[in-house]
Design a binder for this molecule. Structure first.
Ligand code: 1PR
Length: 562
């Protein structure tokens, strides 16, 4: 194989490499994985390219590197002048140590002299992990990086700079580009000779990320030419830090199931009823094909795409997991985070073997998913948590997946319904005083969790539920609302604020979006961290791009990547 269009990717077995491989393939490069020292290429200056990605826990990752003895060839390769690009924990590994695992020593390429170590973000003032799209700051950009674009970050630890270095553009001989999350400034990208690295995930950063990877592969170290932007564009794209630095995140959601002809289709319900209205019971609404619709939303600027297999409560043998193929295909061309939900649970295979939920999740991660979302089983786990005296059993999918892949990979999708009561004393659950009285004039309500796509109601309120999920290790809440689903009448702000008051992890508002103003209203009236839309996009009433343009027009920062 010619080395010209070949890139090596270091695989220490601890993460989803699929997206990175897909990105390289998309840029017309073939990929060889390096899993042991003998597979390392001989450095030939700019003609050899190695990518060094890492996810998860710093200590676990660095130990794996030593166990596989890949640290030595990495050092030799760098010393011999081979080009290497670190990603996320790959960047972190170049530092001496991390607060996350103080006992483990990193590769020590930067940070010893200035005592810059990886530290956890201060969670008293902002959501941690940082999940979302932030901007880059500095005076010395490189490799097509651009101060007017957004890059995707997902991490709790970072090379946070001491105050006296916050304005530095160079540290210990490395060129530095920074990012500010809340009031903390950290190293987002760094470059010295033949080594470059980023804390953000370029393979998940849309076109901006592709440009950066392409520049590395093509040895183009010049910064992005920002003269292409008009002054107005620059003003719109400049970060105002009103949301800790993150853009207002817009998620397109695809509810997927087989229709009556057995085809996998995107559907959309009204209050979870996805069949056409007809006296004899209509067909499942067919709004299109999941992969092509995901691609379309990616092109329109969706910051994330979520796929929900809405009939997964029926037991499904592993080989038939219908979303694996969907994920795998979508991940070939959609370079933003992908979430998959439905059926993330222990599964009994055809031969009777029980496949644990974390193994099911692992199949999805290997197919290209970045996060899994758990619905029904999360409710069971929360119920057990309370039965168990506010302790996990250690066995639930939330716990096992979070432990293995990190909290940021575990989303909880909850399907609550509003239940009115006359007084908070009528129920054990946390209630709210509502501005929208019940049909009998009730002033209070609670939100009852349901399972199996709203088919069964449980005796647990959303407030207690999300608290338990956070304690068990969930990283994010996808907050649906059965009453609002498909209504085009806007989000339920009372529900969103109620849920936000229960947890510190990010909450995605979902259900009810019917036009771009509904997104603006949700961001202005609640502290939600992202907004999800489905029907209005599927029915071609509005595009994601129109939503973002609307947000920009009302001074809410959004990622523009087209
Ligand atoms: O229980 O872990 O197997 O997961 C099943 C998943 O499928 C859950 O995430 C559950 O929310 C979802 N689900 C099950 N049945 C339905 C259904 O619609 N019949 N869909 C369903 C959930 C809600 C949102 C929808 C928003 C926005 N759909 O996904 O996209 O309400 O819609 P809108 O913007 O058009 O108003 P498990």
């Amino acid at each position: 194989m010619s080395t010209e269009n070949l890139v090596y990717v270091i695989d220490v077995g601890s993460g989803n490499l699929k997206s990175l491989i897909n990105t390289c393939k998309y840029l017309n490069y073939s990929v060889k994985l390096i899993t042991k020292p003998s597979e390392f290429p001989k450095a030939q200056g700019k003609n050899t390219k190695v990518i060094f990605p890492g996810v998860g826990n710093y200590g676990h990752f660095v130990k794996k590197l030593y166990e596989t003895q890949l640290d030595k060839p990495i050092r030799e390769y760098i010393a011999d002048g081979g080009y290497i690009m670190g990603v996320c924990v790959g960047l972190q590994t170049f530092f001496p140590k991390s607060e996350e695992s103080p006992e483990v020593k990193g590769l020590c390429y930067i940070g010893e002299k200035e005592k810059i170590y990886l530290k956890k973000f201060d969670e008293s003032s902002k959501p941690v992990p940082e999940i979302g799209w932030n901007t880059l700051i500095g005076n010395n950009f490189f490799y097509k990086l651009d101060p007017y674009k957004r890059y995707y970050f997902v991490h709790s630890y970072a090379a946070i700079l001491p105050k006296h270095l916050e304005n530095a553009d160079e540290i210990e001989g490395w060129k530095i580009i920074k990012t500010k999350y809340g009031d903390e400034t950290f190293i987002a990208a760094m470059w010295k000779d033949n080594v470059i690295a980023s804390q953000f995930h370029p393979e998940k950063s849309g076109k901006a990320g592709l440009e950066y990877i392409k520049a590395f592969l093509e040895n183009d170290s010049a910064p992005f030419d920002v003269s292409v932007y008009s002054e107005e564009e620059k003003a719109q794209r400049t970060n105002d830090y009103s949301n800790y630095g993150l853009a207002r995140r817009i998620i397109a959601c695809l509810d997927v199931r087989s229709n009556d002809q057995g085809d996998l289709v995107v559907t959309k319900g009204d209050q979870y009823d996805v069949r056409e209205k007809s006296e004899s019971g209509g067909d499942v609404r067919n709004l299109g094909k999941p992969v092509s619709m995901a691609q379309q939303y990616y092109e329109q600027g969706a910051d994330e795409v979520t796929f929900l297999n809405i009939t997964s409560f029926r037991n499904c043998p592993l080989k038939d997991l219908p979303m694996l193929e969907v994920l795998s295909k979508a991940a070939e061309t959609c370079f933003v985070p992908l979430t998959v939900g439905g059926g993330i649970k222990d599964v009994v295979d055809v031969d009777g073997t029980v496949v644990k939920a974390d193994e099911v999740a692992s199949l999805y991660f290997r197919s290209g998913a970045d996060k899994v979302s758990i619905g029904t089983d999360a409710v069971y786990a929360a119920e057990d948590y309370y039965k168990n005296g506010c302790k996990g059993t250690g066995e639930s999918p939330i716990e096992s997946i979070s432990k293995k892949f990190g909290a940021q990979a575990v989303v909880i999708s909850v399907d609550p319904k509003r239940v009115y009561v006359s007084s908070p004393n009528d129920v054990q659950h946390q209630t709210i005083k509502t501005d929208y009285k019940g049909s009998n004039g009730e002033d209070y309500c609670w939100y009852q969790c349901t399972i199996k796509g709203g088919r069964e109601s449980r005796d647990i309120g959303v407030f207690e539920f999300v608290k338990a999920c956070e304690a068990l290790g969930a990283g994010e809440i996808l907050l649906n609302c059965i009453d609002k689903d498909g209504s085009n009448s806007g989000y339920d702000f009372e529900l969103i604020n109620h849920c936000k008051s229960a947890v510190d992890i990010p909450v995605i508002a979902s259900s009810g979006a019917g036009n771009p103003s509904h997104f603006e209203d949700a961001f202005k009236n609640t502290s939600c961290d992202a907004c999800l839309g489905a029907g209005m996009f599927h029915r071609n009433e509005y595009t994601v791009k129109q939503v973002k343009e609307h947000l920009l027009s009302c001074d809410l920062r959004a990622r523009m990547d087209y």
